[in-house]
Design a protein around this ligand. Structure first.
Ligand code: BGC
Length: 469
């Protein structure tokens, strides 16, 4: 459904189309305005951590160039923009009073969005933990959840009159698994068993932040963003099925079940030391489960690709979808290829039918407990050749977005899908991949920081302007 008029006609009335970003990936200006250090500032210095040896001290310089970026969003016709607040800009050390310059930056950003008629969705935390908190144990410690609630109260008071939607955490699964369990992301701990306290503390932090925002009270709707993947075993064997179940548990259910059902998921089947250790989660106290399952106004879903799981460690050179990790050698299961699907630049399978499956699973698993769903991220990286005329003909991205937005707009029985946010507005710092994976609707030349809308931007512009209002 790449025809703009056809896709526009398939969008239900009120279906929100936006773009999503994250502070660390775009802002740059790391030493400006009293910003403190985050785990990612430190991690990018670690030799070998970032594929191209880069860092995000400049990134796209959105901190200074946000007026230009908002002008591009307005011209594109976006309904909404999802961005994240950098905790170390608001509270440089992760505690204490707000840094006025940090607050002033987001005041300017939010006011400029409202001025442009774009509805702001703010994520409180997109992985940039203040370094001081990390040094004291970070999300391995419950104290970080308590600090997070204080930060939520600060931002609730500062921006609560203008933010339309709040997301407490972005993808706690990714931070837990890639950052603490492995060492692909910051803080790069690489300690498999740390995933248990980290997952628990993140979800407690989420619950406390919801309570803090409601107590302010903020005007906007409140949700969380989890990343979901549909998991299939690579063969019919019992052992592959057991590890697929374990991966579903680790990636999806640990994070969704407590939030939506107020209980820890049953299982997983006790495979390997990790499977056995994860059973500890079932001892989560009733008090914590009550905190984790605060009523939400919407459920943010990030969907990128499905996962095929086989038993046994990964063959040499096979990493996680986000990068390589030696720690994968010790992981008792691995992710397998999907030869039947085309691939993104990252090598991720392009499988929109699995977005539908994820929606069906949400309906099946959570039933009436599932709030309206907003797809808070979806998108694809491609190598994006620049033509002799300077234009970027990213038809592959148009295809990806057309297919996935159409699935989201169609939804599934029992799920009210209210919107889709494209990841992402501009090319940016793609975590462990540095600047090597381009996801943007707008190209950024990282030497000059010049922005050039790609064909996908023009295509989405036509979709949005073809909608009946
Ligand atoms: C994250 C983004 C990231 C994107 C592509 C999502 O998991 O929220 O920060 O850039 O995936 O890897």
């Amino acid at each position: 459904m790449t025809d703009p008029a056809e896709l526009a006609a398939a969008l239900p009335p009120g279906f929100v189309v936006g773009a999503a970003t994250a502070a660390f990936q775009i802002e740059g200006a790391v030493d400006v305005g009293g910003r403190g250090r985050s785990t990612w500032d430190e991690f990018t210095q670690r030799p070998g951590a970032i594929a191209d040896g880069s860092n995000a001290t400049v990134a796209t310089d959105h901190y200074h160039r946000y007026p230009e970026d908002i002008a591009l969003m307005r011209e594109l016709g976006l309904d909404a923009y999802r961005f994240s607040l950098a905790w170390p800009r608001i509270q440089p050390g992760g505690k204490g009073p707000a840094n006025p310059e940090g607050v002033a930056f987001y005041d300017r950003l939010i006011d400029a969005l409202l001025e442009a008629g774009i509805s702001p969705m703010a994520t409180l935390f997109h992985w940039d933990t203040p370094l001081e908190l990390e040094r004291a144990g970070g999300w391995r410690k419950r104290e970080t959840a308590l600090r997070f609630a204080e930060y939520a109260e600060i931002v609730g008071h500062a921006f609560g009159d203008r933010i339309a939607s709040w997301v407490t955490l972005n993808e706690p699964a990714t931070l837990t698994l890639q950052g603490y369990g492995l060492d692909v992301h910051a803080p790069g701990l690489g300690k498999t068993l740390s995933v248990i306290p980290v997952a628990r503390n993140l979800l407690v932090g989420h619950g406390l932040a919801v309570q803090a925002l409601r107590a302010v009270p903020v005007k906007g709707r409140i949700g969380i963003t989890n990343v979901h993947t549909a998991v299939v075993p690579s063969t019919d064997s019992r052992i592959d099925a057991a590890y697929a179940d374990l991966f579903d548990f680790l990636h999806n259910r640990i994070f969704a079940d407590p939030v939506l059902l107020g209980r820890t998921p049953r299982g997983p089947k006790a495979v390997g030391a990790l499977g056995v250790a994860l059973r500890v989660l079932s001892s989560t106290s009733a008090r914590d489960l009550a905190l984790m399952s605060q009523p939400l106004d919407f459920y943010g879903l990030n969907y990128y690709f499905p996962s095929r799981i086989g038993a046994g460690p990964a063959p040499a050179g096979v990493g996680t979808p986000d990068g390589l990790s030696d720690a994968m050698d010790a992981t008792p299961f691995h992710l397998q290829e999907w030869p039947e699907f085309p691939k993104t630049g990252f090598g991720w399978p392009i499988a929109p039918e699995y977005l539908r499956l994820v929606l069906e699973q949400l309906a099946h698993r959570y039933g009436e407990k599932l709030p309206p769903v907003v797809v808070t991220e979806g998108g694809a990286s491609f190598p994006d050749a620049v033509g002799p005329d300077g234009q970027i003909d990213d038809q592959d991205r148009i295809d990806y977005l057309a297919q996935h937005i159409a699935v989201a707009a169609t939804g599934a029985p029992g799920v009210d899908v209210q919107g889709y946010f494209v990841w992402t507005l501009t090319d940016n710092f793609e975590w462990a991949a540095g600047y090597q994976q381009r996801f943007g609707l707008i190209r950024v030349d990282f030497d000059t920081l010049k922005r050039t809308p790609k064909a996908s931007y023009r295509w989405l512009q036509r979709v949005l302007s073809a909608r009946q209002t």
